[in-house]
Design a protein. Structure first.
Lengths: 658, 279
């Protein structure tokens, strides 16, 4: 693959982009953060001054070239500055998920050999101190929020403010060193290291170079015509590659402003106040927003409700067409404009999406009706498909070619290939350098020509060139009768029902499919409230006969829809149960990005799976749970196992239940 | 039982606790307090002191006179007998506005917030004593009034940040769950920047998680702002964990005073809690 080389003089690192932004947009806001109820902002020049003070402070503390500096905390400008400050010192920033348990943190900190750790607040510092019992390489801890930190042993610990003052005080001594290290940064030097969320096994450190980040940021910004006037809300985990590309890569490439919410709880309010023009959210967020809108509409007066439904019906018909630039009749346009005045406009404003010019969702499949809801409101919501190893972008949907069932066309600079087993391969300027200290995995993922296996099975639609993803390649299996088993495909269909939060389908190598279902407490709880059903706990609600009936009807509808697809009709669900607890990342059942860990769940609940296949109607089970403070407890339940109707397809092993 | 059980510490000098907090000299002293309502003696000849920066708990069975004691401390009730020494002076009976200005703030057993007002406005009411601008200035929101409001809003926001209630800043208090209302009440009391904070059953009716949160906030307030805290609480676990010294009351009398350990091993206290026949 021919490597693109930047023209001489073009910025070759993130610090170089920062310098360019200071020169070009010095007084334009670069960062905003809501604190003490007010949006505080920093222009590019101010941010640069803060970053340099921090970098010099790091140097004063002894940060060496090639050191690893770990960053843990919620999205705050100070932590974003730490990334760039580390790069200015020739060190490599590594972001960690702030909600990961201490043992996972210990693994990552040990694996990258971090000498410096930058923490958001006391909670993170406590975790790092706990980790230090086993990991001894950590030299310095720097924290942002001073609260509660007064009594800690400060021999190897500093507040970020103090580090910056030290850097400022010593700038005669430290600035030349910083300038020298900064100037030495090349296009192929490491920009950042991010750990994959670890759907399988231990997290792997993905090394991304300046080339990866800058080329990707450039290509993707051009694809969506992003410019310096965009506003984004940075609220997704900083350890996730997407946040790095949006809030640092693209932000530094185009010079737009990154806004940090006041606290995770105020995110929706802050979203509304900022009104981002470029917005990314996983499907879950869009689902939650839609669910809350629908719940509130149920509670609204009759007039409002009728008006809402009248105009929404119309919007579903013409809204997406208008977004795609198709021709729509004058009367329809007029009616839509009226709806916009009375319903869509105020609704978008309430959601904080009035100004969204480009919106993306990715990570999981999004329900078609959810997707269409936002598009019919006139929000340009699109899908993209990406990976940490690709610096996010593999495929994305161009404006006016947006559909809920595809993930779009290859992003600029990306080549795609599907192998004989249906697995998707790609090659791009964003392809990662290597897995840190793991040559074996690097070799098995990336071949000599630079092709990377996604691990997903999919196909390219011949007439449109859009990629469609079916499932994880390794999860796609065979049923006992030889028909295709694609659990994710079925789970996604189930999860499109608002009542179902999570579903796990089993059946690889078996004669029939079965499923575990998690109810969505918000939606089902609200339904229970409206129907005067009393419940005292999640467990009780999940086991309520009427809830089970509702879920059963969802499962049966899903079966009908699956039966229409000849290749996958064997995946219909014969038996299911509703789990007594929510699947949780703290219990290891989900990854930090809320993907189901199928094998761990299968092992943990093997008694329930056996009972499903044994045809029992009831099963007693005990489950260990981990509380937020790390203590463990046990919950017990007797679950009802139900049969669901399946649609006969004439396949030999079909047995219609009941 | 007027003698303290703990080893005497010079009232003018402080000491440092095991966890590194600095406890100062005596800031308030109750001397032989007796409070009567008609023929009922709610408090009978009670003496104890409160040191600067400590967390002082008052415990006792229902009807022991704890809340009355808190009202004596705040200056709301005037005892018929005895003296209250506050900052080295005998405190004379006060008018309500004087009570409010002496640097003592409190929360109530039954939440007493303005239900229709937002959290922020409720917290701002705690700043009332810090607003000195004239009626006219405030009416036109001009000059000093404007400056003051900005200053006070800033202070209120710091407390909102401290107690992590940013997400409900603009929510009317009436819509909040009980545990959060309690936290808002604490926020309002803190907004007054009191030297002594009186908490009347801060954990009553809370679940375990809310209690843990509230305990952490009480410790943080004491730690960050150095506020002296006097609290009444029924949850023994909480009291023993949080407080530096405990006064135990029963039927209006003081039956114990000392560190949590001393109190726990005091026979009279055990009797009062387990119940023995009274003469």
């Amino acid at each position: 693959m021919a490597l693109a080389t930047p023209p001489a003089g073009a910025p070759q690192s993130v610090p170089a982009l920062l310098a360019r932004n200071v020169a070009q947009f010095g007084s334009k806001p670069a960062y905003r953060e809501k604190e003490f109820g007010i949006w505080q902002s920093w222009s590019w020049s101010e941010a640069s001054e803060e970053i340099e003070a921090l970098a010099m402070g790091f140097l004063a503390l002894g940060l060496e070239k090639g050191d690893y500096l770990a960053i843990i905390g919620r999205n705050r400008p100070a932590l974003y500055w730490s990334f760039v400050a580390a790069q200015k010192c020739g060190a490599i920033p590594v972001a960690l998920y702030q909600d990961s348990p201490a043992e996972e943190m210990a693994y990552v900190l040990e694996h990258c050999g971090a000498r410096f750790v930058v923490c958001g607040d006391q909670e993170q510092v406590d975790k790092v101190i706990e980790v230090q019992e086993t990991v001894h390489g950590i030299d310095q801890i720097i924290y942002v929020d001073k609260r509660g930190m007064r009594k800690y042993d400060h021999t190897h610990m500093n507040a970020m403010e103090d580090v910056q003052s030290e850097g400022r005080a010593g700038h005669y001594r430290l600035e030349p060193i910083m300038r020298e290290r900064e100037a030495a940064l090349g296009y192929d030097d490491t920009c950042v290291m991010l750990y994959t969320s670890g759907t399988t096994g231990k997290p792997k450190g993905v090394v991304l170079s300046n080339r990866n980040i800058i080329e990707t940021a450039k290509n993707s910004s051009e694809f969506d015509h992003l410019d310096v006037h965009e506003e984004v809300l940075a609220y997704l985990p900083m350890a996730w590659v997407g946040d790095f590309i949006f809030s640092i890569g693209q932000a530094y490439w185009t010079g737009f402003c990154v806004n940090c919410p006041e606290s995770p709880e105020t995110m929706l309010t802050d979203l509304r106040e900022i009104g981002p023009t470029y917005f990314f959210a996983p499907p879950r967020i869009f689902e939650n927003m839609l669910t809350s809108v629908m719940i509130r509409m149920e509670d609204a007066g009759r007039f409002k409700r009728r008006m809402f439904h009248y105009f929404m019906d119309h919007a579903r018909e013409v809204g997406p067409k208008m977004l795609d630039g198709e021709s729509v009749g004058a009367m329809d346009r007029l009616k839509y404009a009226l709806g916009n005045l009375m319903v869509f406009g105020p609704l978008k404003n309430t959601l904080g999406l009035s100004r969204v010019r480009v919106g993306y969702t990715a990570g999981e499949a999004i329900g078609p009706e959810i997707f269409d809801f936002y598009r019919s409101l006139g929000i340009n919501l699109k899908q993209l498909y990406g990976q940490t190893e690709a610096s996010v972008f593999i495929t994305q949907q161009p404006d006016s070619e947006v559909r809920p069932d595809t993930v779009g066309v290859p992003s600029p600079g990306v080549e795609l290939r599907i192998d004989e087993n249906g697995e998707v391969y790609y090659r791009s300027p964003g392809v990662f350098v290597e897995y840190y200290k793991n040559a074996e995995s690097t070799a098995s993922t990336k071949d000599a020509e630079g092709w990377v296996a996604t691990g997903d099975a999919g196909f390219i639609e011949p007439d449109t060139g859009h990629l469609r993803i079916i499932d994880r390649a390794k999860d796609v299996g065979k049923m006992a009768d030889g028909s295709l088993f694609a659990p994710k495909y079925v789970e996604n269909k189930l999860k499109f029902y608002p009542n179902i939060l999570e579903a796990v389908v089993f059946g690889n190598g078996r004669e029939m499919c079965t499923a575990f279902i998690n109810i969505d407490l918000t939606a089902v709880g609200n339904w229970a409230e409206r129907n005067n059903i009393a419940y005292s706990s999640y467990q009780e609600l999940a086991g309520h006969p009427r809830v089970l009936e509702t879920i059963q009807s969802h499962v049966e509808e899903t079966n009908q829809s699956i039966a229409q697809d000849e290749m996958l009709s064997g995946c219909q669900i014969h038996r299911f149960l509703v789990l007594h607890k929510e699947l949780d990342a703290d219990d290891g059942e989900l990854t930090r990005t809320r993907k189901v860990r199928r094998n761990i769940i299968a092992e943990k609940y093997s008694d329930l799976i056996d009972a499903l296949y044994a045809g029992k109607t009831e099963q007693y089970t005990e489950t260990e749970v981990t509380y937020e403070d790390g203590r463990k407890g046990k919950i017990t339940a007797t679950l009802e196992l139900r049969d669901a109707k399946v649609v006969p397809t004439g396949a030999p092993a079909q047995v219609a239940a009941e | 039982m007027n003698e303290a059980i703990h080893p005497p510490i010079d009232p003018n000098e402080g000491y440092v606790t095991e966890d590194g907090r600095r406890i100062g000299g005596v800031v308030m002293e109750m001397k032989h307090i007796t409070l009567r309502f008609g023929g009922v003696e709610a408090i009978k000849d009670i003496s104890f002191d409160i040191r600067e920066g400590e967390i002082r708990a008052i415990i006792g069975p229902n009807g022991a006179g704890k809340s009355s004691m808190l009202n004596v401390i705040s200056g709301f009730y005037n005892p018929q007998e005895g003296e209250v020494w506050y900052k080295g002076q005998i405190r004379k009976p006060m008018k309500p506005f004087q009570v409010a200005r002496q640097g003592i703030a409190r929360t109530f057993q039954n939440i007493a917030l303005f239900e229709g007002m937002s959290v922020l406005d409720n917290v701002m009411t705690g700043r009332l004593n810090h607003m000195k601008a004239s009626f006219l200035d405030q009416g036109f929101w001009w000059g000093k009034a404007q400056r003051e409001e900005v200053e006070n809003r800033e202070k209120a926001e710091q407390i909102i940040d401290f107690l992590e209630i940013q997400a409900i800043r603009k929510t009317p208090v009436g819509r909040l769950p009980y545990g959060l209302k309690k936290r808002v009440e604490l926020a309002r009391a803190l907004a007054a920047e009191p030297q002594i904070l009186l908490l009347d059953e801060p954990m009553a009716g809370m679940n375990v998680e809310e209690k843990e949160d509230m305990s952490r906030f009480i410790l943080d307030v004491n730690d960050e702002f150095g506020t002296t805290i006097v609290l009444i609480e029924h949850d023994m676990g909480v009291v023993m964990d949080l407080s530096d010294r405990v006064v135990v009351m029963d039927y209006g009398k003081k039956i114990g005073d000392g560190t949590p350990d001393e109190v726990r091993n005091n026979q009279e206290v055990i009797d009062a809690y387990l119940g023995v026949s009274h003469d």
